[in-house]
Write a protein that binds this ligand. Structure first.
Ligand SMILES: [Zn+2]
Ligand SMILES: [Zn+2]
Length: 258
C-alpha cells in the first residue's frame, strides 16, 4: 500500500460546487474500481488547488490504464470547470511491505476479508496476499466496476465488526459469516462462481467459525454442502483447517477451541 497525494490545480475560478462534485465523482469511480482502498475522502481547498490523500495498492494504481470509463469521462470534464488533470505524488516512496500477490502462475483465489482489511477481498490461495480488483475483469459491466464484490465485502466487514465488538447482533453476525445457507454466504458463493467464470480461476469461500462445543467434535465436522471429509493435515495459512475441493469451501476449527 502507498499513500498518494492527489492535487487538482485550479486553472481558473469557476463554480466551486461543480468542481467539488467532479472531484467526488472521480474518487467514487476510483474506489469502485479498487484503485483507492477507502471510499471515504476528505479534501482541502487551498487558494490554487484541491488536495487529498488516499491509500492506493500499487504505485501506478491511479494511472490512466486502470481508470474505468467513468473516471476517464470525469477527468476529461475537469477542464470545463477550471481544473487541471490530477497530479499524483507518492508520499512515501520507499518500497512498502510486499502485501500483494506476485505469483507468476495462475493460482486459485479465496474471497476473504475482515473488519480491519484495507486490501481487495480477492486473495491468492497460494501466497494469501491480495490481488487489486482492477487486475481482474469487471464484475459490473453497467457501472464498469466491482460493485458486487465491494458490496459483499462491506456487508462482511459489518458482520465481522459486530462479532468483534461483542455487544450487538453477535449471533446474527456469526450466523451470516458461518452458515452455508445465510444470505451473506449465498451472495459470496454466487460471487465466487462469477469470478471463476471471468478469470478461469477456482475461487474458494471461507465459512468463519467462532464457538465450538469441543475440539474433538470439531475434528469430526464434515463439509456442510456435500457432507464429505474436509479436515486438512495441517492448516492452510494458519487459518483454514478445513478445505473441500469439490465445493470450494474453507473453514476453521472453532476459534475458541482451536
Ligand atoms: Zn500469490
Ligand atoms: Zn463439499
Amino acid at each position: 500500500m502507498y499513500l498518494a497525494e492527489i492535487t487538482f490545480k485550479i486553472l481558473k475560478d469557476s463554480n466551486q460546487e461543480k468542481q467539488e462534485e467532479l472531484i467526488e465523482n472521480i474518487n467514487a469511480s476510483w474506489a469502485g474500481n479498487g484503485q483507492i482502498l477507502d471510499d471515504c475522502y476528505h479534501y482541502a481547498k487551498a487558494k490554487k488547488e484541491y488536495k487529498m490523500y488516499q491509500t492506493i495498492p500499487e504505485k501506478d494504481s491511479l494511472t490512466d490504464k486502470y481508470n474505468n470509463k467513468y473516471a476517464k469521462e470525469f477527468i476529461e470534464k475537469l477542464s470545463s470547470v477550471g481544473l487541471a488533470k490530477p497530479e499524483i505524488t507518492i508520499i512515501d516512496n520507499e518500497e512498502q511491505e510486499d502485501d500483494l500477490c506476485k505469483c507468476t502462475e495462475k493460482t486459485e483465489f479465496i474471497l476473504y476479508t475482515t473488519f480491519e482489511t484495507f486490501h481487495s477481498p480477492i486473495r491468492c490461495k497460494k501466497c494469501f496476499k491480495a490481488i487489486p480488483l482492477y487486475k481482474i475483469p469487471k464484475l459490473d459491466n453497467f457501472n464498469d466496476d466491482y460493485y458486487p464484490i465491494n458490496s459483499w465485502a462491506k456487508d462482511y466487514k459489518a458482520c465481522d465488526s459486530l462479532q468483534i465488538n461483542c455487544s450487538v447482533g453477535v449471533r446474527f453476525a456469526l450466523k451470516q459469516m458461518g452458515s452455508i445457507d445465510s444470505q451473506l454466504t449465498k451472495v459470496g458463493l454466487e460471487l465466487c462462481r462469477d469470478i471463476e467464470k471471468l478469470t478461469g480461476r477456482d475461487t474458494y469461500y471461507y465459512l468463519y467459525k467462532y464457538s465450538a462445543k469441543s475440539k474433538k467434535q470439531e475434528l469430526l465436522r464434515k463439509c456442510p454442502k456435500c457432507g464429505g471429509k474436509w479436515l486438512l493435515d495441517k492448516p492452510l495459512h494458519d487459518i483454514f483447517d478445513f478445505e473441500c475441493k469439490k465445493c470450494k469451501l474453507l473453514s476453521n476449527i472453532g476459534w475458541d477451541k482451536r
